[in-house]
Ligand binder design. Sequence first.
Ligand SMILES: Cc1cc2nc3c(=O)[nH]c(=O)nc-3n(C[C@H](O)[C@H](O)[C@H](O)COP(=O)(O)OP(=O)(O)OC[C@H]3O[C@@H](n4cnc5c(N)ncnc54)[C@H](O)[C@@H]3O)c2cc1C
Length: 387
Amino acid sequence: MGKADYHYPVVVIGGGPCGLAAALGILNQELGVAVIEKTDYNQKRIGEHLPPSALGIFAELGIPDHLVERNHLPCAGVMSWWGRQAPVHTVDYYFHPMQHGINLSRPRFDRDLADFVRQRGATIHEQTTIHSIQRHGGLWHIALSTNGHQRIMTTPFVIDASGKSASFARTQGSRILAGDSQVAIIRYGSTDQAPAQDHKNHIVIESCPTGWWYFAPLAAGQAVAMFMTDADVTPLHKSTLLTHWNIALQSTNHIADRLQPYVHLQKPVVCLSRSQRLDCFQGENWLAAGDAAMTFDPLSSHGISKGLRHGWMAGKAVATFIQQGDRRALERFDRDLEYIFSEYLKTRTGYYATEQRWPESRFWSRRHAIDSLSGQFDIDSTFRQAV
Ligand SMILES: Cc1cc2nc3c(=O)[nH]c(=O)nc-3n(C[C@H](O)[C@H](O)[C@H](O)COP(=O)(O)OP(=O)(O)OC[C@H]3O[C@@H](n4cnc5c(N)ncnc54)[C@H](O)[C@@H]3O)c2cc1C
């Protein structure tokens, strides 16, 4: 093992919302931190809607208003066509104390947040690839490279905030447990036309026999539409993806209409959107947080705020452990994650239970089968090991 080029009290793997909030939590307790991020924040990032209940977290973390408001679109609420709600169920954010939600433009948000965290004192190693991590002599030794330059970094504690791949936790023997095989088929679009006045920047949710749809207007005449379905319900082969997208879109009454002005549509892309969690959130001098620890169904619209909240909690717990040698802060964080996940499952099950129009549909009957376990969410029987 070569001599270390850098040493940090804590190293965070992943510079998304969770990893950056973890760095803020550590800095808040006056400890040094480095974030290792594999990208340069120029690639597309999925997930944009923040409901008003999620906006309070920014003030809590000391993130300035302009970072969240400039370049992003205020959102008036949610219109959903789901279950027997007729003709539409509208959640109007105006009646919430925050009065609006926000549709973020990513990766812009992540990049601006990374710049802010850097100004606060964190070292962020962008475009950096980790080659190996080994533990000896009470330290993690991380071999990495940035633009071809190989270096060794040491630290007593690693936070895995690498997103749903949980790339570090899995090297430590933690397993991903997946509850379903949901995927999202996603298309971004842009328009030169102003959207109709009555649309008022609402996000739109609409269920259909093979899954459900989501539409969100974004800043600067952009929008995103996503179709959530199961990997074995809708064929995902590249050559027929567009055809299946169009068939499913035609089965909607409202999404097709909302998407219609966005004439410049990008090719569809597919990504996993399943609910998953790690069987074990922590090990010796490491822990996982954000999507690395647990990934929510996009129906929740809480993935980004969960990432920020987990990161902040994890950063403070780790700093307390390092400064005071007190493991109880880490144990509390672990218990909090267990509680958050069980509450999430109850909410998700309750929401899917309100759509009963297609009992023969494989997509919907699977979600209702989980409902029969309501109140006794046994992770081992509900969640199988991911392949
Ligand atoms: C289809 C879909 C729609 C969604 N819609 C919403 C929504 O409307 N609202 C909402 O709140 N959430 C939404 N989400 C969820 C949300 O995007 C995520 O929950 C959130 O981004 C999680 O933040 P994170 O920081 O934990 O992980 P991520 O955002 O995934 O960040 C992980 C970071 O780690 C980096 N990384 C990964 N591996 C490595 C490595 N080995 N070395 C270094 N860096 C690494 C990545 O580049 C990335 O920067 C959606 C998700 C999906 C799939």
